[in-house]
Design a protein around this ligand. Structure first.
Ligand code: AMP
Length: 189
């Protein structure tokens, strides 16, 4: 079992690269953003609770996110490993994930940081808006907000995971397959 976290700003390619890893290695993908969007689409109470945060580019409160991840981990007890994509995004979430995995006797093996300059993120998100249907991709102000929230709340997790000696930095610029090859090398798979 290989469990790892994909850290990286919005538009860094975490979702794209996760899809390739899932196809090749059978990981289970836990993308909190995807889960919130699915809940929103189905009109569930959780989706409605998250809507305002997603629309404005702010983070959904930690306790809501952590509760959701707890349920998803329970639902898939046996598998090849988890990709945590877009989670954790705060120190509180990172500590909660450590505690949760420890309580289940599961390791967090590694944390990959996909590094992409802000100017390229803006271009990618604006381009993605044409097909994603995501209102948070279509609005430049919301894009800026998400990049800022990432820098303030999530980027400090690199220290948290460096101290645990789990962090690998992967340049996220270049051809998709080239980046994928770097990720496989970083994960030794
Ligand atoms: P993403 O698809 O990862 O870009 O996430 C889209 C939106 O979902 C974010 O802007 C947040 O509003 C919300 N979200 C996703 N993951 C988290 C998380 N781990 N903590 C808080 N909010 C989250």
């Amino acid at each position: 079992m290989l469990n790892f976290v994909f850290l990286g700003p919005p538009g860094s390619g975490k979702g794209t690269q996760s899809a390739k890893l899932i196809e090749d290695f059978g990981f289970i993908h836990l993308s909190t953003g995807d889960i919130f969007r699915a809940e929103l689409k189905s009109g569930s109470p959780l989706g409605l609770e998250a809507k305002g945060y997603l629309d404005s580019g702010q983070l959904v409160p930690d306790e809501v996110v952590v509760r959701m991840i707890e349920q998803k981990l329970d639902a898939n007890a046996h598998n090849a490993g988890y990709i945590f994509d877009g989670f954790p995004r705060t120190q509180v979430q990172a500590e909660a994930l450590d505690a949760l995995l420890e309580s289940k006797g599961m390791p967090l093996n590694q944390v990959l940081l996909l590094e992409v300059p802000d100017a390229i993120l803006r271009e990618r998100l604006t381009e993605r808006a044409k097909t994603s249907g995501r209102s948070d991709d279509a609005n430049p102000e919301i894009i800026e907000k998400r990049i800022r929230v990432y820098q303030q709340e999530t980027l400090p997790l690199t220290d948290y995971y460096s101290k645990q000696e789990k962090l690998s930095r992967v340049p996220g610029v270049g051809h998709i397959d080239e980046i994928y090859a770097r990720i496989r090398i970083a994960l030794s798979i």
